[in-house]
Design a protein around this ligand. Structure first.
Ligand code: PMP
Length: 460
């Protein structure tokens, strides 16, 4: 090894990054002109880059992950202890952190029973899709194989998950996709196309799901996969009554309800899970980001025993779930998840998410009064978005370059915010906020202040 290849010197790190790292979600050509941002330290909601610049992070590590905030030594210690004693074991054997976290998690999810470990949100969703397909083969002669997903929802980056992807621009260059995934309409009341509002809009959106089921044939539909609140698609909170109706439809046609809690799971909306805000009872729940707040890679696909038991036939050698996730056997993930969950409980971060979420929404409504460009404010708990339009009556969306300029202006002010990263007309116009659940009123006031200034500078 070249002894000069490892160094923490800023110049060395920036050049190593520029020369060899392929950044996610970025047009990497920009790093030919500007230095890549290297984040080196964090505490609470604050992070520092390698040049020493401080930021207030309103997007929990860029992608809504660090729910308990940065710099939690006790999580680091728990991971260190777990991996020093027994780093990994998989392939049919369990581990102490794996068993303990599964028990803790299930206590927060009445009606669910089993935890299947994986490493990313996409992977957890793939597990769910494979369960649905195998149940179809085992119990329905392979006929109940279709998986319904919703316009604007996102379930991950792998080809199976993209096949269930409701964001066309993310899918555009990666087809062909897996067959058997069928789209149902979105539930964004602000962009209602039928003139309905509130509960009537929600009822019509749920009815649209039933219409798709009837068109496809209910006996061909195995599952409906939805985000509780659409996240990257623009923070879409369905109106009251929508979820009740969705649950009824799934029951009526014997369709498994799979809820993707990759973003909303572990307190983001003010309850342990987003679905708990709506009183629904899913059959399958997938989760990832907040499970260990990014301190280790872990995701979970959680099911009822009614699902699990369908894989428990010892007279049929094909009946068990023929799946593995090698790193689902790492102990660092569940060890981090245990500490993460304890922190959420001890510091009442659910309560803080709910209360601070109300404060954030109040601030955003205040911004709306000052800026005619804000057409809608949406969210629940510490998960909020504003939709920017050029004209409130036509709802013509503000363009992608302006959205990018607002985000860049906030960053220059030392505040990191997110944007719905879309390039389809009518879509790419939301700013997103999902700070760590430890956020205070001061943090949220600073974030809102920066956003207001950025909107004024960019849009006038
Ligand atoms: N589901 C949802 C709702 C997501 O927002 C994401 C990621 N942003 C995923 C799944 C995929 O998770 P991952 O990137 O960990 O594969």
């Amino acid at each position: 090894m070249d002894t000069n290849s490892y160094s923490n010197d800023p110049g060395h790190v920036i050049e190593a990054d520029r020369a060899h790292v392929w950044h996610h979600l970025s047009q990497n050509k920009v790093y030919e002109k500007i230095d890549p941002r290297i984040i080196v330290e964090g505490k609470g909601l604050k992070v520092w880059d390698i040049t020493g610049k401080e930021y207030l992070d309103a997007v929990s590590g860029g992608v809504w992950t660090t729910n308990v905030g940065y710099g939690r030594e006790r999580i680091g210690k728990a991971v260190g202890d777990a991996i020093t004693k027994m780093c990994f074991f998989s392939g049919g054997a369990g581990t102490i952190p794996g068993a303990n976290f599964a028990k803790m998690l299930i206590e927060k999810m009445p009606g669910l029973d089993r935890v299947y470990y994986a490493n990313s949100g996409s992977e957890a969703n793939e597990k769910a899709f494979k369960m649905v397909r195998q149940i179809s083969h085992k119990h329905y002669g392979g006929k109940k194989y279709k998986i319904l997903y919703r316009d604007r929802d996102y379930h991950g980056t792998t080809l199976g998950a993209l096949s269930a992807g409701g964001q066309d621009e993310r899918n555009a260059q990666y087809g062909p996709f897996a067959p058997g995934f069928v789209r149902v309409p979105h539930c964004l009341e602000y962009r209602s196309e039928n003139g309905l509002t509130g509960e009537a809009y929600g009822a019509a959106a749920a009815q649209a799901i039933e219409d798709v089921i009837l068109r496809e044939g209910a006996d061909t539909v195995g599952a409906l996969c939805l985000e509780p609140i659409t996240a990257g698609g623009g923070i879409i909170v369905p109106p009251k009554g929508y979820w009740d109706r969705v649950q009824e439809i799934c029951k009526k046609y014997n369709i498994l309800l799979h809820i993707d809690e990759v973003v909303c799971g572990i307190g983001r909306t003010g309850t342990w899970f987003g679905y708990q805000q709506f009183g629904v009872q899913p059959d399958i729940v997938t989760m990832a980001k907040g499970v260990a707040s990014g301190y280790a890679a872990i995701s979970c696909c959680v099911t009822t025993n009614a699902v699990f038991d369908q894989f428990k036939d010892d007279t049929d050698k094909m009946s068990y779930f023929r799946d593995i996730s090698t790193f689902g056997g790492c102990t660092g993930g569940p060890a981090a998840a245990i500490e993460n969950m304890k922190i959420v409980e001890e510091e009442d971060l659910l309560g803080n998410s709910a209360a601070m979420g109300d404060h954030l929404k109040g601030n955003l409504h205040g911004l709306m009064e000052q800026h005619k460009w804000i057409g809608d404010v949406r969210g629940m708990g510490l998960f909020a978005g504003i939709e920017l339009v050029t004209d409130r009556s036509t709802k013509e969306p503000v363009g992608e370059p302006q959205i990018a300029a607002i985000v860049a202006d906030c960053i220059a002010q030392g505040v990191m915010i997110g944007a719905a990263n879309r390039s389809v007309p009518g879509y790419n116009n939301s700013l997103l906020f999902a700070p760590a659940l430890v956020a205070t009123k001061d943090d949220l006031n600073n974030i809102t202040e920066a956003v207001g200034q950025a909107i004024k500078r960019v849009l006038g």
